[in-house]
Design a protein around this ligand. Structure first.
Ligand code: DGL
Length: 259
């Protein structure tokens, strides 16, 4: 079991921002990345559709022998992870907007959250927010259209910049000093965000924390890969393999999957 792969899925290419952190922290692990790009974006879909897609992705990865699954998608985590944990035996690691550190550290008592509609409307997100952001101004913004642009590879286009500028405006008007990235596609917007945000606004993304949690859970379950010989990293997409390949930046082979 220890040599079995870690499965990672997302609605598309965004979860590679998490995969990169996992691969950096756990370079000896075998991995399988699944990009359900043909069904992206998940954000505007209802809870039931998000659950069904998450089940489909999970079963694909379990059939491939995955020992643990990382749900590298805030939208799938906040809507489906409790059900996945109930229905399947293997451990699941999820990602959700890191509202807690932002709320605890904010000096201006105003934080911004950029996420999908599916995440912002989820029960899990709203419970966490009311728990930790009590008494703070929380400016929630749906990043409508951003996932689609990133999926098309238009990461630093004028179109993306214009949308982002519009979404950040109400946050800056509210004097935020923390911006929480609540979607795994958004770390790829970092160069634009740094250009558009004043220096004192800190950006929080939870990729590294997810990798640390993955390691901790593997350790706890005695599932770390003991072999240090060439790990196998496999990438599958039902979208455009070239776009996934480009975002991975390191020449990995990407397989098209009719899925
Ligand atoms: N990467 C997904 C997330 O973290 C994007 C969701 C979508 O496809 O809308 O939420």
């Amino acid at each position: 079991m220890n040599a079995n792969p870690i499965g990672v899925f997302d609605s598309g290419i965004g979860g590679t921002s998490i995969w990169k952190e996992i691969n950096m922290l756990l370079p000896h692990e075998n991995t399988i990345y699944l990009a359900d790009s043909a069904n992206a974006p998940y954000g505007p879909k209802g809870k039931e559709a998000i659950i069904n897609l998450s089940i489909k992705n999970t079963e694909y990865l379990i059939n491939k022998g995955c020992k643990l699954i990382v749900v590298a998608c805030n939208t799938a985590t906040t809507n489906a992870i409790s059900l996945l944990r109930k229905n399947y035996q293997i451990p699941f690691i999820g990602i959700e907007p890191a509202i807690k550190p932002a709320a605890l550290n904010s000096k201006t008592k105003a934080v911004g959250i950029l996420a999908t509609k599916g995440t912002l409307s989820s029960e899990l997100f709203n419970t966490t927010t009311s728990l930790y952001a009590h008494g703070l101004t929380v400016v929630e913004q749906v990043g409508e259209g951003l996932v689609e642009l990133i999926e098309m590879g238009k990461i630093d286009s004028e179109e993306t910049k214009t949308l982002l500028k519009m979404y950040l405006k109400p946050m800056l008007d509210a004097n935020i000093d923390y911006l929480v990235l609540g979607c795994t596609h958004y770390p790829y917007l970092m160069p634009l965000l740094l250009e558009l945000l004043p220096k004192h606004v800190k950006i929080i993304d939870s990729g590294e924390a997810v990798a640390r949690q993955t390691k901790a859970v593997l350790e706890k379950n005695d599932l770390l890969n003991s072999s240090i010989s060439n790990p196998k990293n496999q990438f599958f997409t039902n979208g455009n393999p070239e776009i996934l390949k480009a975002i991975l930046e390191n020449g990995f082979e990407v397989n098209y999957l009719d899925f």
